[in-house]
Design a protein around this ligand. Structure first.
Ligand code: 2BA
Length: 110
């Protein structure tokens, strides 16, 4: 068995979960945040038999879109000392999904 850990953009998460459920895959959804953009994303943990890994990756690839996002920076204004977010000029491309597959040693329900 394999555990697929897929980090996707929030905007694609519901559509992806619907597509996976339609094919009878089981999953757990975690609310997460990217370390770089510090904005919310969604992590799905999907446990599958090894022969289904490629099918799940295909569904993820067909559902999740690459988008360009503006980097939000933070600075403290001298006058107020308040920590303020501001939009910078730099953009990054956020991938449709970042996917890890991990070997599962045991899969138990007790
Ligand atoms: P974030 O860490 O918020 O990164 C968002 C996007 O910012 C990344 O898109 C990448 O284009 C850019 N980026 C990330 N770190 C950077 C850096 N040090 N310098 C310049 N640009 C940087 P993706 O690569 O598609 O990643 C999307 C999300 O997937 C990430 O959100 C993070 O939550 C996760 N992720 C990506 N690679 C990972 C890894 N090796 N381990 C764990 N999580 C990862």
């Amino acid at each position: 068995m394999k555990l697929i850990i897929a980090i996707v953009q929030d905007r694609d998460a519901n559509k992806l979960m619907k597509a996976l459920i339609k094919e009878n895959f089981k999953m757990t959804k975690l609310a997460s945040s990217g370390g770089f953009l510090k904005s919310g994303n969604t992590t799905l943990m999907i446990g599958v038999n090894e022969e289904y890994v490629d099918k799940v990756i295909t569904i993820i690839g067909n559902t999740c879109k690459t988008r360009e996002e503006t980097v939000v920076s933070y600075s403290t204004t001298e006058a107020t000392g308040i920590y303020m977010p501001y939009l910078s000029d730099s953009k990054v491309e956020v991938g449709g999904a970042t996917i890890f597959t991990v070997d599962v040693e045991k899969y138990l329900k007790v």
